[in-house]
Design a protein around this ligand. Sequence first.
Ligand code: PEP
Ligand code: MG
Length: 581
Amino acid sequence: MPKGVAASPGIAIGKAYILEKENLCILEYKIKQEEVEREIKRFKKAVEESKKQVLEIKDKVSKEIGKQEAYIFQSYLNILEDPLLIDGTIEKIKNSRLNAEAALRATYKSFPEKFKAIQSEFIKERFRDVEDVAQRILQNLLEQPTMSLSHLEEKIIIVAYDLAPSDTVSIDKDKVLGFATDVGGRTSHTAIMARALEIPAVVGLRDITKKVKPGSTIIVDGNSGKVIINPTPRQIERYKDKKRKFLIYKKSLENLKSLPPKTIDGREIELAANIAGPEEVDLAMRDGAEGVGLYRTEYLYMNRSSLPSEEEQLEAYRAVVEKVAPYSVIIRTLDLGGDKFLSHFPVPREINPFMGCRAIRLSLELVEVFKTQLRAILRAAMYGKVKVMYPMISALEEVRKANRILSEVKEELKREGLSFSDSVDIGVMIEVPSAAVMADILAREVDFFSLGTNDLIQYTLAVDRVNEKVAHLYQPLHPTILRLIDNVVKAAHREGIWVGACGEMASDPLGVSVLLGLGVDELSVAPTSILEIKKVIRELNWEETQKIVSHLLNLGTSKQVKRYLDSRIGKKIRKILQGGE
Ligand code: PEP
Ligand code: MG
């Protein structure tokens, strides 16, 4: 049974429609010197035509699906202006005297080689965007019409190598029951669009297009990542039942929107959202988020050829702060490096980027870039409630140095007569073991902590979070992680500050039961997980989770932790998630 990545929840049962991308026939030939200008003009015209088409799609998505999804097409527009692609192709036409189609193909095909060292799933996905954009320019150069999925006759499940956003956008939502694709991960655009359209999807199935015959029946289980080809009548009945249960479960979550995230025995947890930009706020607030617990600002710096100005940042932060008010927004300062890079940014290549000049280290090195961001944050704080959070703190000096720069920025803003808030809370991410061990000392210098479990696990267990070869060693329930978090929470509470958790552990039901038992005060999760996590919190008993955790803290292996947790709470969690398993 093919297994891929569960990208969009739900179950689809139906006929497979194999989507073939037409292979564009690109000829490569040399042009004469006097033809160079004409060829460049032809290329520029195709780029302009592509921009027009993408803008149209962007407007359509914005109106019919949502602003957040339309944002994907903004990155397409950025690619259509990217010097690496556009100027690179023009240079190739000039220097190699190649026809425009061949020059464009040679330019974008060289990208993966240039960025080979980057392991990030996110960056890899963005290469697919470049390919999709290049494909569109090529179609315009060849004057071929673009393919559309808007005239489907019957209800089907789309099986494809990959679906570009421009494919998904044109689909008729009533006709498409599900997606199954060969490539892609949870952050791929097929996944993002499928979730926005609420269509079940499994991606990254490797060779599903080869295994499925057109018109055959398949089942796509977007909850488990499984796809069943030619199911037996019994399997169909079983999945129909699963589907029914899932729909009831989804409906039951809707009722939780306005209810508080409070345990059975009355412990109230703050439940906030992790966002990467203003576009994600609406969904989070609609589902009842009590603020933003992590605003990953680095995405404002990515997918572009220059740094965002103070005014541009102010506008983005202000948009979020105003929408979220009266709740607060925790704005994390730039967390570049690791697996998040900018093509135009002067960051030296490192052998070990996760342990290199990343996050706060980079900000403290590039003080002017840091100051610009802090100015924008302090100014945006005038429009609501803002807290500042420093990422990847590994030593007390870093906090002090960052705070000194923050004080300088305040003085500068005062001198310039610009209005800003002087009273934002300052917090640090606890995601490096040294910070977790020194939590008692750090707690005296800041207003709050937020546990970045994604990195805390990676650095504590020495397991690269993006390397699938060691994925089995990445153990959120490793006893060491529990002990470190226990130390952090106790130290923070002794000093009278609160502790949140914003890593993926906070979006995992078992992880939530452990974090609650350890005494964490706030959880910040992906907007799409708010309701599910709220449901988990509301059905747990805080006292019971504390008792469980006190036993877990004496165990020696992840296996023992998992086994004990499962025996005490596994059944309950499975029941809570009934239909969603
Ligand atoms: C983390 O490390 O847990 C975290 C939330 O930050 P990021 O995933 O952005 O590194
Ligand atoms: Mg982190």
